[in-house]
Ligand binder design. Structure first.
Ligand SMILES: NC(=O)c1ccc[n+]([C@@H]2O[C@H](COP(=O)([O-])OP(=O)(O)OC[C@H]3O[C@@H](n4cnc5c(N)ncnc54)[C@H](OP(=O)(O)O)[C@@H]3O)[C@@H](O)[C@H]2O)c1
Length: 350
């Protein structure tokens, strides 16, 4: 079955394209730049298709699943999803942008009707934390509050920096009583042992604020990332400056600089890095805590995205509608990925 991979010459897209070819998936590489797309196609021995994202509708012939790796995804997901719904093609991406998750969740019924699966977030953001959410919900079905978090020492790719800048002026996000609310970024600090010793952590607007709700139905959700206290304080102080990022030319300028400066982790960093994922769910009386240890974030993304896309492109996959990784497969999905350890479970009776 055929998988079209868009954004195939980006840092992450190319790694996924290589992995998909290594796993003998039938891959078509795609992107908007002809020379770069065809270059990857020639290196990997695959068909290549060159088109801007808004012409996806004319370019999905013979494709069973499309994996969009071209971010910031707020700029690319819409025409792709339209094209997938029209042509009966499954859609996946590696977004972590809650606006994209929320927009796709709203199209659940349309996707059901078109017999298409919409499965965003098949990278580090949100596979391990989403599976963690599902696992904690299985352990404590009546949970009312869910907190997720991770410690991920890694360097970022240009696309990740550009995506972070894209949303930086939007503030922090939490879910309260089922609704997504805006809070100050890095506003809430606490000490968390993600599995590698206690660390200072702050609340971040991670994709799970959207997805974990669809996975678990738990109405109150927060996500934390390990961050040294000094860095968290600097983030708080830079608040007035981050407002400037809503000014389009300033945002574009900074994104261009970020893309030039950030080259992503080296092969050695991807191979040796470890990431610690933590979550706790409580119903006010019982609190359950679990942890996972995973490979470095981009290494995990390559494995998770390739595995998820391979499953959806499979002839026997009959998933339709909007899904999170944990509802598409199940919370154990993360344990099928290479070198993931867990779930390490604890219970705290109050
Ligand atoms: N979920 C996760 O954990 C996870 C992990 C890794 C990456 N990501 C996300 O994936 C995205 C890509 O990351 P990356 O590391 O591969 O970045 P990258 O090296 O900058 O590559 C981005 C790719 O997307 C293409 N692209 C960007 N905007 C486009 C548009 N409007 N239309 C068509 N193509 C467009 C780029 O093409 P041009 O060069 O022609 O612009 C390039 O091929 C980022 O948003 C990043 O945050 C998520």
């Amino acid at each position: 079955m055929t998988l079209l991979l868009y954004g195939a010459y980006g840092y992450t897209g190319e790694l996924i394209a290589r992995e998909a070819v290594d796993r003998d998936l039938d891959v078509i590489v795609a992107g908007r730049n002809g020379t770069k797309t065809r270059g990857v196609g020639i290196q990997l021995g695959t068909e290549s298709r060159v088109f801007p994202a808004d012409e996806a509708g004319y370019n999905l012939d013979g494709v069973d699943a499309a994996l969009n790796c071209a971010g910031p995804f707020v700029e690319t997901y819409e025409p792709f999803v339209e094209a997938c719904l029209e042509t009966g093609t499954h859609y996946l991406d590696i977004t972590g942008e809650f606006r994209v998750f929320e927009a796709l969740a709203e199209r659940d019924r349309e996707a059901e009707k078109a017999e298409v699966c919409l499965l965003p977030g098949v990278g580090f953001d949100v596979v391990p934390t989403d599976c963690m959410a599902g696992h904690l919900h299985d352990r404590l079905q009546g949970a009312t509050h869910l907190r997720l978090g991770f410690e991920a020492p890694t360097s970022m790719s240009g696309g990740t920096v550009a995506s972070a800048i894209e949303h930086a002026s939007g503030g922090g996000k939490v879910r309260r009583d089922g609704a997504i609310e805006t809070v100050l970024p890095a506003d809430e600090g606490r000490t968390i042992d993600f599995g590698n010793g206690p660390k200072h952590a702050v609340r971040i607007p991670w994709g799970d604020v959207s997805t974990a709700y669809y996975t678990t139905g738990i109405p109150n959700i927060e996500v934390y990332a390990a961050m040294p206290e000094r860095a968290a304080r600097a983030m708080e102080l830079s608040q007035p400056v981050s407002k400037l990022l809503s000014v389009e030319p300033i945002k574009r300028g900074l994104q261009a600089v970020g893309r030039r400066l950030a080259s992503g982790p080296s092969e050695e960093e991807r191979e040796s890095g470890r990431t610690y994922v933590w979550g706790e769910a409580t119903d006010g009386e019982r609190t359950v805590t679990s942890r996972l240890v995973t490979p470095e974030t981009y290494a995990l993304t390559v494995d998770a995205a390739t595995t998820a896309a391979g499953r959806l492109a499979d002839e026997d996959a009959d998933l339709t509608g909007y899904h999170t990784p944990a509802t598409a497969f199940d919370p154990e999905f993360v344990l099928e990925l290479d070198d993931v350890e867990g779930f390490f479970d604890e219970v705290d009776e109050r």
